[in-house]
Design a protein around this ligand. Structure first.
Ligand code: CP
Length: 334
């Protein structure tokens, strides 16, 4: 074990690593406030610098450049990439062509792992544990990538049960239900869920994922958390939301101490600092690549939101621990 008791206890090389002089490229093909700005703040507070784009129309993507070529180029300018993309699996494709670490900052309706790390830090700080929790997931469970990532992370803990609250049009997709086994219950009202949940994870109905505007209008206010519903919840419960919110939580709820969503935002900067710092450590930079999903074979993905349908990659599948064949990039069941 080493202690830090004097400034000379660290070598000059170790000091260089703590006071990062590295560059983060934020490649955001979709809008963002929290994720992009918290990554930016995190890198600045670590002593690093940030470059990139917040609107793909201002980059050569608008001329038809692929994700593969973009990250090859950015690898020459930066030390680490945070990528948000509307196509599912885009950061995975990026990782196959990049010479620097890639962080998924949200890909379509698929995954948002740094949001999940934010959610986990918030749960740990607010409730002190990850096991034996009942987690209510409410709103858009079909396209909600934060929900999908949270399920994957939390299902690994003992005694975790999910309560799904969504209109049938926005129900959790089968490929995600398959992840849950029998650790979930579906209910049709927040009244049923409130008395039993330890964490209520609210989500926005995402206008940008709808092809049919009328359907969005019909579904957008399906579930609204207000003070009347909060009165039905346990005193110890917490309400999380990845934000932005639209109508699904009334502002009257904000003053309830159980409303943890603005504390959750702040936690996002702390976890992104830790993630950047960890991925840029020698141990991680020189480690074997992670994220391989076992033996893969060639097969076409039928998810039209999957990146493999538009990038120069071989369409592949893998078989998960439950024997289910899935797309290598977007995880949809084949
Ligand atoms: N939670 C989240 O991803 O927010 P932004 O879209 O503002 O980044």
């Amino acid at each position: 074990m080493r202690h830090l008791l004097d400034s000379t206890d660290l070598t000059t090389g170790e000091i260089e690593k703590i006071v990062l002089r590295k560059k983060l490229a934020t490649l955001f093909y979709e809008p963002s406030t929290r994720t992009r700005l918290s990554f930016t703040a995190a890198m600045m507070e670590l002593g690093g610098q940030v470059l990139g784009f917040s609107d793909a129309r201002s980059s050569s993507v608008s001329k038809g450049e692929t994700v593969a070529d973009t990250v090859r180029v950015v690898s020459a300018f930066a030390d680490i990439i945070a990528m948000r993309h509307y196509k599912e699996g885009a950061p995975r494709v990026a990782s196959e062509f990049s010479r620097i670490p890639v962080i998924n900052a949200g890909d379509g309706g698929h995954s948002h792992p740094t949001q999940t790390m934010t959610d986990l830090l918030t749960i740990r700080r607010e409730l002190g544990r990850f096991d034996h929790l009942t987690i209510g997931l409410c709103g858009d469970l079909k396209y909600g990538r934060t929900v999908h990532s949270l399920i994957k992370a939390m299902r690994r803990y003992e005694g975790v049960h999910f309560v799904l609250i969504a209109p049938k049009e926005l129900a959790l997709p089968d490929y995600m239900k398959a992840e849950l086994g029998n650790a979930y219950t579906e209910v049709s009202t927040l009244e049923e869920a409130m008395p039993i949940v330890d964490v209520l994870y609210m989500t926005r109905v995402q206008q940008e994922r709808f092809a049919d505007r009328d359907e969005y209008e019909r579904l957008k206010d399906s579930f609204i958390l207000d003070e009347r519903l909060m009165a039905l919840g346990k005193p110890s419960m917490i309400v999380l939301h990845p934000l932005p919110r639209v109508n699904e939580i009334t502002v009257g709820v904000d003053k309830d101490p159980r409303a943890a969503y603005f504390r959750q935002v702040e936690n996002g900067k702390y976890v992104r600092k830790a993630i950047i710092y960890t991925l840029l450590s020698d141990e991680y930079l020189h480690a074997e690549p992670t994220g391989h999903k076992g033996e893969a074979d060639t097969c076409a993905c039928h998810n039209d939101r999957c990146i493999a349908t538009t990038e120069p990659v071989e369409q592949r599948t893998y078989t998960d621990a439950d024997g289910i064949k899935r797309c290598y990039y977007c995880d949809h069941m084949i």
